[in-house]
Design a protein around this ligand. Sequence first.
Ligand code: ADP
Ligand code: MG
Ligand code: ZN
Length: 489
Amino acid sequence: MAKYQPVIGLEIHAELKTKTKMFCACKNDPDERHPNVNICPICSGQPGTLPVINEEAVHKVIRVGLAVKSKISEITKWDRKNYFYPDLPKGYQISQYDEPICLGGILNIPGFEKNIKITRVHLEEDTGRLAHFGHIGHSLVDFNRAGVPLMELVTEPDLNSGDEASAFAQELQLLLRYLGVSDADMEKGQMRVEANLSLKVAGEKEFGVKVEIKNLNSFKAVRDAVNYEIKRQTALLESGKKVVQETRGWNETNGETVSQRIKEESHDYRYFPEPDLPPLKINFAVVEEFEKGLPELPADKRKRFKSEYKLTANQIDILIGDEKLAGFFENVVSESLSNIEPDMVEKEKQAIVNLAANYMLSDFLGLLNEASAEVDDTRIGAENFGEWIELIHKGAITSRAAKDILKEMWASGKDPSQIIEEKNLDQIEDAGAIEKIASKVIADNPKAAEDYKKGKETSLQFLVGAVMRESRGTARVEITVDILKKLLK
Ligand code: ADP
Ligand code: MG
Ligand code: ZN
């Protein structure tokens, strides 16, 4: 056993998807490219203005709290967190200090089957953004993001490795997306992770001194930064030195953490109750309604997909990773099972489900990726996809023809039977028709025919391939093989 055990707690911020900002009526538009258009006297910190609480943002945080089984507070309050920075127009951030909206909770990280305790989920406002133009010696500030509702979720120090930390962040992102509360795109800064890490002597209770790592803007960065920091702290302790409590940044290029500042304590922020906002009493009738209205959450869907469709863990992960893809898959399966004989055996049903999963994860995702499209953009409806799977299952089309048909379905939105008719892609089972093609192929390839006769088995495969090409993939393989063998006796 290693001498030191890593102890990790995460603080994760996510920008909420709301119509307006947290305390004013300005538009909350993360895609706005023109600086300082979505601003007003409130979010630009003018004297004499008063904040108004955004109900939609509070509701979204309550739904997150319910999804992670937090206790929703009956009364929640707002606090000022004071610090100076040019992107913070008021000189303080309205946040929540000692009475957050959600307390406690739990989130299971898949793959590790480990429950991570959640300390709290609260609501605050985002800052603006600085843009530095070194070559002209100026920095400019854009306040479009200032005052955008920001959710912060804090975990207990229950994580023990870079992989676990990264998996937790990934599961939270998925949850936020399922709830429709945030797009949580890390590349766009909509979800930002800070990792707190210390080492503890294995077997002992007491925690070590922790370091906070900021600027983690991808799952890979979370994992790599944590792993780096574990090594760095281990080396320090093993050489008899001490870990300093500080904030470090992650330098992606060099793959190392660098000291940014000696860690501030919460009293440095001089938190005090926000005098411009009364404490908020939460309406529990609404909370109950939200609880009933929660969608099927990723963890539950994962379990159901396992028992209902018996797919592999990897297949389930990919399907669940995109709620729309998971929904499309379920519709396709129900369509392709809609015409089956009532006495169809379980084994055959499972074969159809497996076909649907395999083709969706290879060919269909391939088409989506090629076009950088999303499930919603496709012209292939679940009904047509289901029919296509049925045709493959029945052996009515060869797998080669199936691929061409799918491409055509993708391009035109037509249903498979129409495409088969138009393009004559029915599987040829008629021995006479196949024999005609096979005779032509043998005549065109005398050398391969001779070689096979002399005992070269691979030449037969070559000839089968040629028949397939000639028939555009419609000749039934088993029949083709028999006929070629007969002709070459
Ligand atoms: P701070 O006031 O410095 O922000 P908190 O007690 O609020 O510290 O904790 C912030 C985060 O750090 C939480 O996710 C918590 O789980 C984690 N944490 C606290 N103590 C430790 C520790 N010794 N090692 C690792 N993580 C820790
Ligand atoms: Mg902190
Ligand atoms: Zn505003």
